[in-house]
Design a protein around this ligand. Structure first.
Ligand code: HEC
Ligand code: HEC
Ligand code: HEC
Ligand code: HEC
Ligand code: HEC
Length: 487
């Protein structure tokens, strides 16, 4: 034919190829939706997890696939010229033709223009899709049932404005890739319905807390103690309010002028604490090793350590202590029934004027129910019946009081218990405590039973971690002093 116009040949190739044709259709149909959505998302930051999934996980890939098909098609169309286009022979003849430089400029211009548009759309898509997959609505709501406990507890925590990815992934490409691989595996588990209920904790693949928490918190800059005042309510007729007042020895992880001390002494750079637990849950810790800056090692062991390790069913692990060994529930905080009700009573969601409400509420929420709906019905019926029987006058004159209480009690229950995911009261243990029985959290190590060869123990002395200023007192003298009412 003698005519060498690469652009014309290229478009001819596209127009004759069925693959390109289908690709072109896909691009034409999806592009308006995709571009409009991305523009809207850029401006208004759309929070709906489902429209995001439809666009970024379905429409986007179809668009990109279509675009790829358009170009691929050009290489596979049927026709007489096809075998020449983009072969070495074609190129050689094309570039040696007289007068080609003039045409080449035009072609290069067109190719650069087309490529720029493609790259712009493509990178905008990747950027928006990346943001979508990092969003709290994607993590927390897309896998609705599975993540519901975590998402609910997260929303009630101090970290409700911190995106899931800040703690679960952090910055850096390697953890992003790792998280997407494990995310894809989790997505498959959800689709195939093979995920565990409840979701197993601790999370063994969690990024070391020092890389994530310390983006925002720096315990080496902490100093001093922290006063912790908790209002509690007794199960008596008046729902009497009492106070716990503790001075927490938060301490510091040490920085230049300061030496490390107190609770955050554990995470000071000069102290390395490693421990071995008997199983994956890290609940039983028979051996703790402290390595100091000068290399001195102290091994603390319980008398029954050898026995425990021998009996251990799953492999024990060696782990270096970090923030998560105490703050394992910084954002997914599941309360115990007592604490959940006290919080609602203190906030007024459950009215304190309703006689015995603390006691009665405890009774109805600590029963195990099959589903949330059954729980809500049972809580409503039982409270209604009990108050109608025992305080008929009050229910008649002030029905609103009981209704408000029921709403509050149901909230206390449903923010912490998720029957569908088998998350019951206390399923997820919080390590920032020792519990009423002094056997969990800090007391996995601080039980006076872990002993070094020279007889030193990890202290269980109540004043190691806090000063108890008042426990369950109605009108603690210390609070009056602090408020300047009594010297
Ligand atoms: C402030 C940090 C932080 C934020 C924000 C955060 N998480 Fe977590 N998450 C953790 C820690 C710490 C653990 C528990 C690690 C352990 O015990 O090993 C955890 C555990 C989990 C678990 C395992 C089950 C469990 O409760 O132990 C899931 C699922 C989870 N997070 C999902 C989410 C989702 C979804 C979001 C966002 C809605 C989110 N996380 C936000 C820190 C965070
Ligand atoms: C993106 C920043 C960010 C990251 C990452 C982060 N936090 Fe926080 N954290 C905050 C902010 C902001 C607050 C204060 C919220 C408030 O006062 O209401 C806070 C509060 C806290 C508190 C006090 C909670 C309370 O109830 O008063 C603790 C403890 C804490 N964070 C621990 C952690 C731990 C442990 C991690 C790592 C797993 C972590 N944080 C990761 C921003 C962050
Ligand atoms: C040995 C257990 C332990 C370790 C390890 C630990 N913390 Fe804490 N942290 C505590 C306790 C206990 C408190 C006080 C909780 C309270 O308010 O009663 C606390 C309080 C905090 C607070 C709130 C301080 C305030 O003034 O309200 C932040 C933030 C915090 N820790 C962050 C971290 C970070 C980040 C790390 C890891 C580098 C870390 N912690 C390691 C036990 C620990
Ligand atoms: C994995 C084991 C382990 C856990 C869990 C643990 N600690 Fe410790 N803690 C130690 C060891 C080891 C020492 C050093 C003992 C010694 O040298 O006397 C220590 C020392 C301390 C000290 C004294 C620090 C100083 O000023 O010298 C405080 C305070 C403390 N821990 C508080 C806590 C609190 C609060 C918790 C729970 C939130 C906790 N620890 C959980 C192992 C642990
Ligand atoms: C290794 C550190 C450590 C030791 C030792 C320790 N505690 Fe605690 N204690 C804590 C922490 C951490 C909390 C929880 C603070 C919080 O909830 O923020 C706590 C909370 C408490 C509370 C308040 C409970 C509540 O929810 O209001 C009481 C009461 C208490 N401890 C009593 C004691 C007594 C009595 C001893 C001595 C037998 C003791 N503790 C020894 C770390 C310790």
């Amino acid at each position: 034919m003698g005519q060498f116009d690469m652009v014309k040949d290229f478009f001819l190739g596209i127009s004759r190829s069925r693959i390109s044709f289908i690709g072109g259709m896909l691009v034409t149909i999806t592009a308006p939706f995709l571009l409009t959505y991305m523009l809207a998302d850029t401006i208004w930051h759309i929070k709906n997890p489902y429209s995001g999934a439809a666009v970024y996980l379905a429409l986007g890939p179809v668009f990109l696939g279509g675009l790829a098909m358009v170009f691929i098609g050009a290489f596979f169309f049927r026709g007489e010229r096809d075998t020449h286009l983009f072969t070495f022979e074609y190129m050689r003849r094309y570039f040696t033709k007289p007068g080609m430089f003039h045409r080449l400029r035009k072609n290069i211009f067109l190719i650069v223009l087309l490529t720029s548009v493609n790259v712009a759309v493509f990178s905008m898509f990747l950027y928006r899709a990346y943001h979508y997959m990092e969003s709290t609505s994607f993590c927390g709501q897309f896998c609705h049932t599975v993540m519901q406990p975590e998402h609910t507890a997260f929303q009630n925590s101090a970290h409700s404005r911190v995106a899931c990815v800040e703690c679960h992934i952090g910055s850096g490409a390697d953890w992003f890739v790792k998280s997407k691989i494990s995310g894809a595996r989790q997505l498959l588990a959800v689709v195939a319905d093979t995920y565990p209920t409840p979701i197993v904790t601790p999370v063994h693949g969690l990024r070391p807390a020092r890389d994530t928490c310390e983006e925002c918190h720096r315990p080496e800059l902490f100093h001093g103690d922290k006063l912790r005042i908790t209002k509690r309510f007794l199960p008596d007729e008046k729902n009497s309010a009492v106070h716990d007042v503790l001075l927490m020895k938060i301490g510091s992880a040490g920085d230049r002028a300061k030496s490390s001390h107190g609770i955050h002494w554990h995470v000071a750079p000069e102290n390395k604490i490693t421990y071995r637990s008997t199983d994956h849950s890290r609940m039983v810790i028979p051996e703790v090793i402290l390595t100091e800056a000068d290399g001195t090692q102290t091994v603390f062991r319980t008398p029954d350590a050898d026995e425990l390790f021998e009996e251990a069913t799953s492999a024990d692990e060696m782990r270096e202590m970090d923030c998560i060994d105490c703050h394992n529930r910084p954002s997914h905080i599941y309360l115990l029934p007592d604490d959940a009700l006290d919080l609602k009573l203190a906030a007024g969601n459950i009215p304190r004027d309703l006689p015995y409400i603390k006691r009665q509420a405890m009774e109805v929420i600590t029963v195990s129910y099959e589903t949330s709906e059954l729980a809500h019905d049972a809580i409503t019926n039982q409270l209604n019946n009990w108050y109608k029987k025992n305080y008929p006058q009050l229910v008649k004159t002030n029905p609103e009081l009981l209704d408000r209480a029921i709403t509050g009690v149901i909230a206390a229950y449903s923010e912490n218990v998720f029957p569908k995911m088998k998350v019951e009261w206390g399923t997820y243990v919080n390590h920032i405590t020792h519990g009423p029985d002094f056997d969990i959290g800090c007391f996995r190590c601080h039980d006076d039973m872990h002993e070094s060869p020279d007889g030193k123990t990890i202290s269980a002395d109540c004043n190691t971690c806090h000063t108890l200023l008042a426990i369950e007192e109605e009108d603690p003298a210390i609070l009056r002093t602090l408020q300047g009412q009594e010297m």
